[in-house]
Structures are given as C-alpha cells and as structure tokens.
Write a protein that binds this ligand. Structure first.
Ligand code: PLP
Length: 453
C-alpha cells in the first residue's frame, strides 16, 4: 500500500516546476530550493512509512511542508523591515539606513571602472582616499583622515601602531563593553598595548591621568561612554585641559563612537570639538550618527595618520570603493547642508512631534478602539546619546482584538511579507511612529486590517 502511494511522488525536477515555487527559486536559487524539496520529501516518506495511519499520504500536504520550509529559509535572507521600535540607529536593524538619493548617486561609479587607485593626472598608481582627506578637513577639522572597515578596526589600528608594548591610560569610568562582546580591554590586549586604569567609575580628573604617566606611556585613550551613562555625581577630565598638560611623548586619542559632526545634537560632543580641544587623533563609526556606510574613520594629526596608514594591518582593514564613494558623496552633501547628507539620526530625531502624531493617527484611523494613539519616546540608539530621549507617538494594538497574545502578535508581524519589528510596552504591542515612514503607513494599515477583526 505505502509503496504505491509513495511512488506517486513526482520527481524532484517535476516538483521544482510547481508554480508556487517560482518566487522561491527567484529569491533562494534553484539549488537551495532543490535541497529543501529533497529534505522534505525524505522526511515525509519516512514519517509515512513509520506511521502510515497518522501520516496518510497526501501530495497537497507534502507541498505545504515544502512551501513552509522554503519560507523559513527565505526569512534568513537580508531584507527590508519596518522599524517600529523608536530606536533610530538600531544595531540589530542595520544601523543607519543610507539615504536613497545618496545611494543612487554612487551607482555609476560602482557599476563601472573607476579611479580608486590611479592618479588621473600622472596615470600612475594613486591613493585610495580620493578627495576624502580634503572633505574631512572641512567637516571635522582633522588634518588628515583614514578609513577602515569599522570603528573596532580603528581602535585596534591606533593601539597596535602607536602603543604596542607600551602603556595606554584609560579611565575606569570608560571600561565599557560595547554591543556584541567588543571590550576595550580585550582590544587593548590583542593590540599588544598595556592597559593602565586610572580614576574611579564615576570620577577621573586630569591629575589622575598625569599621575599615571611614565616613560612607558604611549597614549591616553578617552572613550565616549555610549551604551550607558553613569548618573549622578560624575566628573571626567576636561579634554582641553588634559591636552595642554600631557607631555609630548603621549598621544591623546579619543574614541568618539557615533560620528557626530553637527551642532544639531548638542548633547553629543562632535568629532571637531575633540580636535579643537587638542586631541591628536579621534576615531568614530561611519554608520551611526554620521549616517553613512559601515566604516571606521580616524582623523587628526597628519603625521599620526600617515604612520597608521603604514601599519601592515591597514591592508586587511581597508574598505572597498563602495564605502569610499558613499563617504565622499555623504560628506559633500553635509558640507552643502543638503537634507540627504544629514543622516537618519539627525533627520528623524529632529522630526516634529506633531508630524509623528499625525502619522500615528493616519495609521490608527478607522480601527476604533483596537488601535490607540499613545505618547511615547524615541532614542537615537546605536551607542549614542544614551540619556537623551525625545518625545514620540506610538500606536498601541489591542491584541485582544486579534487572536494573538502580545508576544505572538510580534512574531506574526515579523512574518508579514515586509516584516515589521514592534515592541511590547505595558503588556501591549506598540509601533513607534518615529522610525516608521509615511510610505509605510498604507502597508501597515492593510496588514493590521487582516489581523484585527
Ligand atoms: C559603536 C562604537 C564602537 C564600535 O564601532 P563599530 O563601528 O561597530 O566597530 C567603538 N567605540 C564606541 C565608543 C562606539 O560607540
């Protein structure tokens, strides 16, 4: 019995021709879909042979399993999502989305040959940096700037080149752990530099740094404490005062983190403010407040940047033309004060609360008590501006009106064709409108209409 029904399962090649699999072949590739089919057919046969009564043969059911398995694999693909968290630079959601117009404008240089490493004047081999050094002089006041793949690489490079085998003084208050297990003390150890801790978790003065300096000291490293802020009685050394007091053989390096370059975010010290206060070199990420691609930038004294560029690890850390082209275009737009150069953090955090509220009402309209508009807060996130929250508005979904408990509703929303990431507040599902764009509202309305009855 079992044999005759199982033998009616079509060949894998025939199953691949089923119309319901065409979109999966487009997104996952034919070999990946083939593997999924093979695995599901194998499982189904096994279950049927072991338990013919509980698993009676049904081709329809087999196809259903195959489709579900394909869908699960598809969820692993990198794809657009709707950010309903109210965290603008969200590390789990790709940090800063790149402005669509900016992205378009670098398409030509990336889809053609380009002068990445040729000097168009002499025809000889040229530098990778293009105009970036000059542009950054205007933006952050550093004499010279180099780019690596992320800010963790910047820190490693600074420590390895300038402080290997020597001492680096860091305040105890800045012994922070940045997301994903990135610890300053670990990087220090890897780079071969020796950590010297000074001060206490809440107070470190200029004198604390000065007292710790020996002939072996290569660097004082100031780390912008981004993921948390110690509240209450705190004091950190004034950078200007410290810069003046440090002896010549000690480099003053700052890990600024977020890449803030405007006065529009007054609570976040900008890169330029550290340079102007006398820091020798400052490093920061490209994809936080700066609003560009993933990158690490180091800016400051030309002699130091030149030295870092000669480090053998530079070859391993150097970014691609995609990163350079995006950064050049971004900085030009910043210098010309174009909206498309501001970066998502500045644009969204400066949005009027009334605009956000109107957007919330457009989403909630017509759903009655099932969808309420409630006040909430947004944060910049991504390890920036830890204390600062700005007013926002959220829509709150009465999950009682759906078939789902809040946790389950979040999961259902993540399974929508364009996945939506919400949050639970006061036991209810909320979508924070600060990080949801106008053109996503229509989609959300139609999806909500389906789950609310
Ligand atoms: C985010 C951050 C880093 C790590 O930067 P990546 O670009 O993720 O490598 C390091 N230091 C500070 C202060 C940061 O905020």
């Amino acid at each position: 019995m079992a044999v005759s029904t199982l033998s009616s399962i079509p060949q894998i090649e025939k199953i691949l021709q089923q119309a319901f699999l065409a979109p999966y072949i487009d997104t996952l590739s034919r070999p990946v879909v083939t593997d999924v089919i093979r695995e599901q057919v194998g499982r189904y046969k096994k279950a049927h042979i072991q338990n013919p009564e509980t698993t009676p043969f049904s081709l329809e059911q087999l196809y259903h399993f195959i489709e579900r398995a394909c869908w699960q694999v598809k969820q692993q693909r990198l794809q657009r999502v709707v950010n309903g968290t109210g965290v603008i630079v969200h590390t789990n959601l790709g940090r800063s989305p790149i402005d669509a117009d900016l992205w378009q404008s670098v398409s030509e240089v990336n889809t053609h040959y380009n002068n990445l490493e040729i000097d168009l004047g002499t025809g000889k081999r040229g530098k990778r940096k293009g105009l970036l050094q000059t542009l950054m002089q205007h933006l952050v006041k550093g004499e010279d700037t180099l780019v690596v793949n992320n800010n963790a690489s910047s820190i490693y490079l600074m420590l390895h080149e300038l402080a290997k085998g020597k001492e680096v003084i860091v305040s105890r208050g800045e012994q922070i752990q940045i997301g994903g297990g990135f610890r300053i003390p670990d990087i220090l150890a890897l780079s071969g530099a020796k950590l010297v801790e000074v001060g206490t978790t809440n107070i470190t003065t200029t004198q604390d740094y000065l007292d710790a300096i020996t002939e072996e000291t290569a660097m004082v490293l100031i780390v912008h404490t981004s993921n948390f802020k110690i509240r209450g009685f705190t004091e950190s050394a004034d950078v200007k005062e410290l810069a003046k007091a440090l002896p010549d053989h000690v480099v003053l390096a700052v890990d600024q983190g977020s890449g803030t370059t405007t006065e529009a975010m007054p609570d976040e010290p900008s890169v330029a403010s550290y340079i102007q206060a006398g820091a020798d070199i400052v490093c920061f990420s490209g994809d936080k407040i700066l609003g560009g691609p993933q990158a690490g930038l180091v800016t400051g004294k030309q002699s130091l940047i030149k030295q870092l560029e000669k480090n053998p690890m530079m070859r391993a850390f150097r970014p691609s033309r995609i990163v350079y082209s995006l950064l050049e275009e971004l900085v030009v737009r910043k210098l010309n004060h174009l909206d498309s150069g501001k970066g998502v953090a500045e644009t969204k955090s400066k949005a009027e609360a009334t605009t956000i509220e109107q957007r919330a009402h457009r989403l909630a309209e017509g759903f009655g008590e099932q969808v309420a508009v409630v006040p909430s807060e947004m944060t910049v996130g991504g390890g920036s501006l830890p204390d600062q929250v700005d007013p926002s508005w959220s829509v709150e979904i009465d999950s009682g009106a759906t078939r789902y408990k809040p946790e389950k509703l979040l999961q259902v929303m993540r399974s929508w064709p364009l996945p939506v990431i919400g949050v639970i507040k006061h036991d209810k599902v909320q979508l924070n409108m600060a990080t949801i764009s106008n053109d996503e509202v229509f989609y959300l309305r139609s999806q909500l209409a389906e789950v609310l009855q």
